[in-house]
Design a protein around this ligand. Structure first.
Ligand SMILES: [Zn+2]
Length: 226
């Protein structure tokens, strides 16, 4: 499923875009779904993953956000704030550099979807890059705390490659509170944020959701700080 932040698109425009930019995947069948969302039907899962990993996609001043369909999609559609974003772990300690540990760390921020190829291959050790699906209506941490196998408390910085603007007023993506026009449904300017919005929050750690880890144990922030 996909929606364009900051503008309205026709199916033909999306089709042309897919043909031009998604060259590593067979073009999907694109149909209008509802409420600004389009369905993108790929013939192969691999093609879909290739395109999902490449996102979010810039369409001139607008941004195309793609999300895997889920059974609850229709109910959530109008208030979706859980979107895939790339997160970076700068200067990741080599002992954390395994897919299970990366998943574990990333799952503190959202649901890990992919690690990019250089990360998977450990080709680029300056940072790890992981795509997570996260609720951007919630404040996101700049730092994660965890305990090492030697029971030392350690922290890892987190940065966000790109994040859509979120409006606290109307609870929608694509613009900020200052630019909210709740009665203007059609003509919002582009308010996506190419540099990634900086939001501060004390690190919090929730219960693990994805991959059990054998290397690290996540701690409650309070516990880690006491
Ligand atoms: Zn708004």
């Amino acid at each position: 499923m996909g929606t364009v932040l900051g503008g309205r698109m026709q199916i033909q425009q999306l089709e042309a875009y897919a043909k031009k930019y998604w060259t590593n995947a067979a073009s999907p069948v694109i149909q209008y779904y509802r409420k600004g969302w389009f369905s993108f039907r790929f013939s192969a899962e691999e093609d879909m993953n290739t395109v999902l990993k490449g996102g979010p996609w810039n369409m001139g001043p607008h941004t195309l956000i793609l999300k895997r369909w889920s059974p609850t999609f229709s109910q959530e559609m109008e208030s979706i704030t859980t979107v895939p974003i790339w997160i970076l772990f700068p200067n990741l300690d080599p002992f954390l550099w395994s897919s299970s540990t990366l998943s574990k760390l990333a799952s503190k921020i959202g649901k890990p979807l992919f690690a990019d190829l250089p990360t998977t291959c450990k080709a680029k050790l300056s940072f790890a890059r992981v795509m997570v699906e996260t609720d951007i209506a919630e404040p996101l941490p700049d730092e994660l705390l965890f305990s090492t196998p030697y029971h030392e408390i350690s922290s890892q910085r987190v940065t966000y490659e790109w994040m859509p603007y979120y409006c606290e007023n109307c609870k929608k993506l694509g613009h900020t509170k200052d630019h909210c026009k709740p009665y203007d449904t059609g003509k919002q300017q582009d308010k996506t944020n190419p540099k990634g919005k900086k939001r501060k929050k004390t690190p919090t750690v929730t219960s693990p959701t994805l991959v059990p880890t054998y290397h690290i144990r996540m701690l409650q922030a309070q516990e880690a700080r006491s």
